[in-house]
Write a protein that binds this ligand. Structure first.
Ligand code: TXE
Length: 497
């Protein structure tokens, strides 16, 4: 089966290379795909350029673009179980979690289908007679869409749906570790009638395929979700031809619990905040910031509950969480924990690979590092694994306690998400406004809706996905001034007069 899709044709890599995709739960080969290279990426960019410049898609009426997105949503609903299975095989995540991701993706396509038709520009008052002045939106052009491995199809949908809604063409490169659901999506788009060249898929490594997609002068916009270091590389590459960029680069997200919080809810959600999907979530609540007076009670209970979390493969119904994406990633998480302990953090649970039947996969247990302070690398760096760091705050007065919590919660180069747990409504509002993070939850952690913007402050990224801003990322704004009664400007003297 050929797995690169360029200019409306499925083909193999120019080099003839292939890659085996293995399931991190047991190392079994899930599928073999074509391993593209820079030459394939350049072909795909040219195809997307041509489809944008001459093709019908950018000028296709919005209702037709919306209808196509709706058909993708319908199709995913019908094939949800199978697509979730592909996602589980690539990522090792539990099938039940992958199914939830798929339901979210359906909602994302429906959201952008309705937005595609909602905005047709606006008329502005020119301030002079006989002039029609209006502002219209147009597609940005050729988009390079580069996605990571933790929520492969979800993150792809956040980019593909608005890109198509706005009338762009694109080249998509999923993570080299998790290509199967992107192949499904591009196949579905083609079968649902998307014109040739609008959607192009190139599989392969970031430093060849991804680099070619960010360096190509024909590309107008790069939208990337992934690590901070790669984000910086992409930003620099994009600057050579001043491409537009949208970056989502992860976070180090504080979960602040005040002593007046609903204790059971706060503790239970603190577990989900960090250990869901084995912590491989950009918005994970990896940094617990707890009021000193309740530290022992909260952390003892977290340790008891974390130790009981059952790990297992995607189709093991008794499992509550799965493996990490790869042995290589696990080694990074292990080094991160070792550095934390070296710096003085106290390992309260986890921290050791499981044995027995789990020894075959890339498993790493829920881990809690207590006694942390803001200056430790384990507090500042993203582990992207199931590792919770614990810091405490205290204050003699109400305001002093809030100031102390905020000082810790904002002491990070990132700014993606944060949460505050308190039963004091005024405190909740004050904290929500002071947290320098793009999403703030009050007495909750993790939920999102496609209608609300998602993205980060500071080094968590540039731009927003979802919401209405998520569509605007893929649109140019153009002002059209139409003088209906043309006349000489009369500014410069005409010597013949
Ligand atoms: O990500 P990369 P990696 C964080 C997390 C993790 C770290 C590294 O902390 O430990 O990033 O993970 C492509 N030009 N996040 O190495 O490299 C790559 O092929 C263009 C946070 O897996 O950023 C893949 O498709 N593209 C995150 C994508 O970038 C390049 C999710 C992401 O890979 C490239 C994942 C290049 N030079 C990891 N190099 C989040 N924000 O959710 C690589 N790529």
């Amino acid at each position: 089966m050929s797995t690169l899709y360029i200019a409306g044709r499925w083909r193999t890599a120019a080099s003839g290379e292939t890659r085996e995709i293995t399931c991190p739960a047991d190392g079994a080969v899930a599928v073999t795909v074509d391993e593209g290279g820079a030459a394939d990426a350049r072909d795909a960019v040219r195809a997307a350029r041509e489809a944008f410049d001459v093709g019908p898609w950018p000028r296709t009426p919005a209702p037709e673009r919306a209808a196509l997105l709706s058909r993708i949503a319908d199709r995913l609903e019908r094939e949800l179980d199978e697509v979730a299975r592909l996602e589980s095989l690539d990522t090792g995540k539990r099938h039940v979690e992958a199914r939830i991701d798929m339901e979210d993706i359906v909602a994302v396509f429906r959201h952008f289908a309705s937005l595609a038709q909602a905005e047709a520009g606006r008329v502005v008052d020119a301030g002079v007679p006989d002039v029609s002045s209006r502002v219209v939106t147009e597609p940005v052009g050729v988009c390079s869409l580069i996605t990571p491995w933790n929520f492969p199809l979800l993150q792809t949908a956040w980019k593909v749906a608005p890109a198509l809604a706005a009338g762009n063409t694109f080249v998509l490169k999923p993570s080299e570790l998790t290509p199967q659901t992107s192949i499904w999506l591009v196949r579905a788009l083609a079968e649902e009638g998307l014109p040739d060249g609008v959607a192009n898929l190139v599989l392969g490594p970031g430093d060849t395929v991804g680099a070619a997609m960010t360096n190509a002068p024909e590309v107008d916009l790069v939208s990337f979700t992934g690590g901070l270091a790669t984000g910086k590389t992409i930003m620099a590459a994009a600057s050579t031809t001043v491409k537009k960029i949208a970056l989502e680069l992860g976070g180090k997200n504080p979960n602040v619990i005040f002593a007046d919080a609903d204790r059971d809810a706060a503790i239970d959600n603190a577990l989900t905040a960090i250990f869901l999907d084995s912590g491989q979530v950009c918005s994970a609540g990896s940094r617990l910031v707890v009021e000193e007076s309740i530290h022992d009670e909260v952390v003892d209970e977290l340790v008891r509950r974390a130790t009981a979390i059952r790990m297992g493969g995607p189709f093991d119904e008794s499992a509550e969480t799965g493996p990490l994406i790869s042995d290589g990633h696990r080694a990074k998480v292990e080094a991160y924990v070792a550095a934390g302990i070296e710096e003085g953090a106290v390992l309260r649970c986890g921290g050791e690979r499981p044995g027995g039947e789990l020894a075959i996969g890339s498993y790493y247990p829920p881990t809690i590092l207590d006694g942390c302070t803001s200056d430790m690398s384990c507090v500042q760096d993203e582990s992207f694994g199931p590792v919770l760091t614990v810091e405490t705050f205290a204050g003699d007065t109400r305001d002093a306690a809030e100031d102390a919590a905020i000082a810790i919660a904002n002491d990070t180069i990132y700014g993606l998400t944060g949460a505050v747990w308190t039963q004091d409504a005024g405190r909740a509002e004050r904290m929500a406004r002071r947290l320098r993070h793009g999403t703030v939850w009050i007495n909750d952690f993790h939920p999102y809706v496609p209608a609300a913007e998602w993205g980060g402050m500071k080094q968590s990224g540039i731009g927003r996905e979802l919401g209405t801003a998520g569509l605007h990322e893929y649109q140019e704004t153009k002002h059209i001034w139409h003088n209906t009664r043309p006349a000489p400007a009369g500014w410069f003297a005409n010597p013949q007069d």
